[in-house]
Write a protein that binds this ligand. Structure first.
Ligand code: CP
Length: 321
């Protein structure tokens, strides 16, 4: 990995990581730089450092998760922290306990960091104001999924050695995607040229004000792309009637080998997807499992990126004490 930020002298001072919207370019660079050194740790025979020994991390997930929850747990364990996982469907949340009460009760158990996923946009911000512990957003509603975007950017840096100047197209359900929003904030701050592509009803009004190009033509989005980030079509959401059927969506927007072959950078284009994949809907299996796909590398990089985030927020807390 090329090191573009070795002269970075900034110190992380934020208690929480809630959204990339509120981070500076330098803070994002610092997370990616810190993640690069933790990635080296994850390749050792003994994949563990004592950086968070004596600290406790709580994963508080109000929504299902495979990748995010597991990699936060691994990240915390590789930093030698203790980890507690709370699945809210088997907790006192089912008896009506509020988010703030849940957070304060967890904090009373003398924990240090709460990693929260919630179906309500803004829930991590509410929790962060109510507790002294650090809060890390693991995805909130349609708002942001900052660590997903950070691991996407980390993966791009590994592949290209830079983010600045890259053409990155985000293709799929932009309107309902916290991954899209975090990627747009992060990539534009780091100087990438971002294009978003979706059926017209899935493009949020005014999104061009975030500094992105907008198209509903997938071939246009692919034409100059160095990398694409393919989003899951969330057909399980009742409110989505933006496309008549999965078959028609795949025909018009699905990423296939034939479509990729038509882009200018067909030889080196990088294909990302945050997962879970709907094979044969937004992406063909041939592409998802093909030579251009870095989908599983993204998952692997999630550990180092989340180690960096946990380390930085815990360290910031130490500075404040
Ligand atoms: N990318 C992502 O957030 O996946 P999970 O829902 O499995 O955590």
């Amino acid at each position: 990995m090329k090191d573009e930020i070795s002269t970075n002298k900034i110190v992380w001072t934020k208690k929480d990581l809630l959204a990339l919207e509120y981070l500076s370019k330098e803070e994002i660079d610092l997370i990616l730089y810190t993640a690069a050194s933790f990635k080296e740790v994850t390749t050792r025979q003994i994949k563990k450092v004592p950086a968070l020994r004596g600290k406790t991390v709580v994963n508080l997930f109000y929504e299902p998760s495979t990748r995010t929850r597991t990699s936060f747990e691994l990240a915390a364990k590789r930093l030698s922290a203790d980890v507690i996982n709370i699945a809210t469907d088997s907790s006192s949340v089912t008896k009506g306990e509020t988010l703030i009460d849940t957070g304060r009760n967890i904090e009373a158990l003398k924990i240090d960091i709460i990693v929260v996923r919630h179906n309500c946009s803004g829930a991590p911000n509410i929790l962060a104001q109510a507790v002294k512990s650090s809060v890390v957003n693991a995805g909130d509603g349609w708002h942001e999924h900052p660590t997903q975007a950070l691991l996407d950017m980390f993966t791009l840096k590994e592949k290209f050695g830079r983010i600045e100047g890259l053409n990155v197209s985000i293709i799929g359900d932009i309107a309902h995607s916290r991954v899209a929003r975090s990627n747009i904030w992060g990539l534009t701050k780091l100087g990438a040229k971002v294009t978003v592509c979706a059926p017209p009803l899935l493009i949020p009004e005014g999104i061009e004000k975030m500094g992105v190009n907008v198209t509903d033509d997938v071939d246009e989005a692919l034409k100059d792309a160095d990398a694409i980030n393919v989003l899951r079509m969330q057909f399980e959401r009742d409110e989505i009637v933006a496309f008549p059927s999965k078959i028609e969506y795949f025909r018009q927007y699905g990423i296939t080998k034939e479509r990729l072959a038509k882009c200018k950078k067909a030889e080196e284009i990088v294909v990302m997807h945050p997962g879970p994949i709907n094979r044969g809907i937004e992406i063909s299996s041939e592409v998802a499992d093909g030579a251009h796909s870095v989908i599983l590398e993204q998952v692997t990089n999630g550990i180092a990126v989340r180690m960096a985030v946990l380390y930085l927020v815990a360290h910031a807390k130490e500075i404040r004490k």
